[in-house]
Design a protein around this ligand. Sequence first.
Ligand code: GMH
Ligand code: CA
Length: 160
Amino acid sequence: ACYSSSLQFTVFIECKDYLWFSYGHLSPLFCYCFSVAAFPGGQIVGNKVFITSGYEGNFDDLKQRCLQAGGQLASPRNAAENTAIQQIVVLYKKSVFLGITDIQSEGKFKYLNGEAIVYSNWQQGEPNDEKGRENCVEVYGNGKWNDRSCGEKKLILCEF
Ligand code: GMH
Ligand code: CA
């Protein structure tokens, strides 16, 4: 079972595999709970958890730090996930970099695994690739996206 307290998120991961016992019952394997003691800099949406540590850095730095932690940069795939990200941006009063870039091919924004994005929330007039130097994506306090230079320093936001 999973328990949660007001200071700690607890997340239940669905069982992916089952052990079949010869005397006739299935027992779940690899079910586990994990806690996110990062309140209030965390948000849970469906099976996804977004967490910031408050650290700020450029895109490559943030990307590495999320991977190192066993996650990846926040990569919203729908409006609910984007709203969760927006809430963290508002709380910290700092924009974040998403795990989305058009580094590979100008104007074709993709997730870090190379998949074309399935959801976007661009600010009006964006992405504008200002000075031909904007390949990363930041989220404003209104939840809207702006393409921005990957060398800028933004708040880290990882998803797990
Ligand atoms: C230009 C203008 C602004 C816009 C910025 C932004 C930079 O300076 O088009 O209106 O906010 O670019 O796109 O990333
Ligand atoms: Ca821009």
